[in-house]
Design a protein around this ligand. Structure first.
Ligand code: DC
Length: 227
């Protein structure tokens, strides 16, 4: 039997990564946050003084093997490596997020990262979360989920996160950012965010965190049997 593969795609702010972490602990499988790999390429460009929106320069950087991205696990936790160096603590900033969004539009970047993601998922049971997992990376995934929530609910969750950090950006502003990011993700030319035809749509707008985790575990059990 092929290793279990779970694909979770969806817009930013749907809670994919934190939900996926808990699902993976319950199932005792590894979680690959593919966004972290795009962030590592974005960081690489910034560190090398390459403009992340310069398609030719970013493509050349990848083709010459100057942005080697890999992942390893320590106590089940993902460490994202750039040219052998653990860059996990450096990739969560707004600046790196913006660079990741820019470089993720280029063919050589996607080709390089998708190949590595497929190799990893072929070797062990895994859950991958991202934007193109069910459509491109693992079209034959055991379970495909498109996890979303209304823009208003995602903006509300994001606003609460910001408030915890002492940032009081008003709701309307956060909502405008969520809508802008959705537009960018769904209209880009290369692999825009879209629900795979055979993915289950899970709208978490009116579900708690635990209910969302449980809904995913139930889907896995239905498709793959009890773990
Ligand atoms: O999920 P995230 O914010 O960490 O992702 C960072 C960027 O990478 C985001 O702009 C979308 C892009 N991305 C992608 O194009 N494909 C993926 N599988 C994962 C992320």
């Amino acid at each position: 039997m092929k290793p279990l593969t779970i694909a979770i795609d969806g817009p930013s702010g749907a809670g994919k990564s934190s939900i996926a972490d808990v699902v993976c602990k319950k199932l005792n499988i590894l979680h690959l946050d593919t966004g972290a790999m795009y962030r590592a390429v974005g960081l690489c460009a910034l560190e090398m003084g390459i403009d992340p929106t310069d398609e030719a320069a970013v493509s050349q950087m990848c083709e010459e093997g100057r942005a080697l991205v890999d992942v390893k696990y320590q106590d089940g936790q993902q460490l994202t490596l750039l040219n052998g160096r653990d860059v996990s603590p450096l990739i969560r900033t707004q600046e790196v997020g913006g660079a990741a969004s820019a470089v993720s539009r280029y063919v050589p970047v996607r080709r390089m990262l998708v190949r590595r993601q497929q190799e990893m998922a072929a070797a062990q049971p895994m859950l991958l979360d991202g934007r193109d997992i069910g459509t491109v990376v693992l079209p034959d995934a055991t379970v495909k989920i498109f996890l979303t929530a209304s823009p208003e609910e995602r903006a509300r969750r994001r606003m609460l996160q910001l408030q915890e950090k002492g940032d009081n950006t008003p709701f309307e502003e956060v909502l405008a950012e969520v809508n802008a990011r959705d537009l960018q993700d769904t209209t880009r030319e290369l692999t825009p965010l879209r629900q795979a035809d055979d993915a289950v749509l899970l709208d978490s707008s009116s579900l708690t965190f635990d209910e969302t985790v449980q809904a995913i575990l139930t889907l896995v059990e239905e498709k793959y049997g009890k773990q």
